[in-house]
Write a protein that binds this ligand. Structure first.
Ligand code: SAM
Length: 289
C-alpha cells in the first residue's frame, strides 16, 4: 500500500476528470485498481489534511485512465472486473461485459419459478462470463445447471467466476455450438435461457468504438438480420425442453415481435414479450406446449 496526502490525491483526481470520461468509470477504476471505495472518496474532501492508502501509484492509475480515454478501452476490461447483480465477475476481452439490462433475465426466472428450494434443471446457451448461470445456480441451490459456450476462453472465465462466487457444484460448463453439448439431456430441461448474439450486420458495423473494437464479435453479431442464432436456438429447443419447459431469450430492442412469431411457429405457448427497465421489449419468453 502506498501512502499519499489527500490534498495531492484530490488535485490529481480533478486533473484526471478534466480530461474527460464519466465519473462512474473513474470511481470504478479507483475502487477496483486503486483500492479506494467511492464512499471513502466522498469523506476525503471533509478532511483534506489526512493521508490515504493506494494499492497502485498515481502514475499507474493515470496510465489506465488514459488508455480508457484515448483508446476507448472499456474500463471493465482494463480493471478485469465487472459488477453484475450481486456478483463481482472477472472479465477479459474473451467475454462480453455483462449488461445491466440483462440482469432482469434472472428476475424473469424468479417470477416463473417462485420457490427457491425447487429443484430445476436449467441450461444457459452462450454463457460468456457466466453471469446468468452463476446467479441462477446460487439462487436455486438445489437446482442443476449447465452453462455452454462455443468459446473455450469464455468458458475458462465463466468457470473461474463460478468457483470464486459459490461453494457449491451445481453448475457444469460445456463447450460447443448452441444445443450440441446437451445431446444427452434431450427432453429433460425445465428451463433454457440465452442472451445470444443478436446484433444485425449493418448495426454491428456502426457500433460505438468501445464495443466494436474490444468486445468479442462472436458475442455480438447475429448474422444479416440479427436473428440467425435466435432462429437456431428456437428451432431446436423443443427437443431439449421438458413438456411445459420454458425458453427465455434476450433480443435486440426491435426483435420482440419476430421472436414471438418464431416461437409460435415452433409450437410454443404462453408467449410474452417482457420489457426491460427502459420499456423496451428486450426479452421474449415461451413455454413448449
Ligand atoms: C451476447 S453474449 C452473452 C454472454 C452472457 N450470457 C451475458 O449475458 O453477458 C453471447 C455468448 O454466446 C456465445 N456464442 C456465440 N456463438 C455461439 C454458438 N454458436 N454456440 C454457443 N455459444 C455461442 C458467445 O461466445 C458469447 O459468450
Amino acid at each position: 500500500m502506498l501512502s499519499i496526502s489527500v490534498k495531492k490525491f484530490l488535485f490529481w483526481k480533478k486533473q484526471q476528470l478534466c480530461k474527460g470520461g464519466d465519473y462512474h468509470s473513474f470511481t470504478f477504476l479507483l475502487d477496483c485498481v486503486g483500492g479506494i471505495k467511492t464512499s471513502d472518496l466522498n469523506l476525503m474532501s471533509i478532511n483534506p489534511e489526512g493521508y490515504l492508502y493506494l494499492k497502485k501509484n498515481l502514475e499507474f492509475l493515470e496510465s489506465v485512465w488514459d488508455d480508457h480515454l484515448i483508446k476507448n478501452y472499456p474500463i471493465q476490461y482494463l480493471c478485469g472486473i465487472s459488477f453484475w447483480r450481486d456478483l463481482k465477475l472477472q472479465v477479459t476481452n474473451k467475454v462480453l461485459i455483462p449488461r445491466s439490462e440483462t440482469e432482469l433475465i434472472v428476475d424473469i426466472v424468479f417470477n416463473i419459478f417462485r420457490d427457491k428450494s425447487q429443484k430445476i434443471f436449467f441450461a444457459e446457451l452462450g454463457t460468456g462470463s457466466g453471469a446468468i448461470s452463476i446467479a441462477l445456480a446460487k439462487a436455486y441451490p438445489l437446482s442443476d445447471g449447465i452453462a455452454t459456450d462455443i468459446d473455450e476462453g469464455a468458458l475458462e472465465i465463466a468457470t473461474k467466476n463460478y468457483i470464486n462466487s459459490s461453494k457449491r457444484s451445481n453448475l457444469k460448463f460445456f463447450c460447443g455450438n448452441w444445443w450440441s453439448p446437451l445431446e444427452s439431456f434431450k427432453g429433460e430441461l425445465d428451463l433454457a435461457i440465452s442472451n445470444p448474439p443478436y446484433i444485425p450486420k449493418d448495426t454491428y458495423e456502426k457500433l460505438p468504438k468501445e464495443v466494436k473494437n474490444f468486445e468479442p464479435k462472436i458475442a455480438l453479431l447475429g448474422g444479416e438480420d440479427g436473428l440467425k442464432h435466435i432462429r437456431e436456438i428456437i428451432q431446436k429447443a423443443p427437443l431439449f425442453l421438458k413438456d411445459k419447459g420454458w425458453l427465455i431469450l434476450e433480443n435486440h430492442f426491435d426483435q420482440g415481435e419476430k421472436v414471438k412469431q418464431l416461437l409460435l411457429k415452433n409450437k410454443f405457448t404462453s408467449i410474452e414479450i417482457v420489457n426491460d427497465l427502459s420499456g423496451i421489449g428486450r426479452f421474449t419468453i415461451g413455454r413448449y406446449k
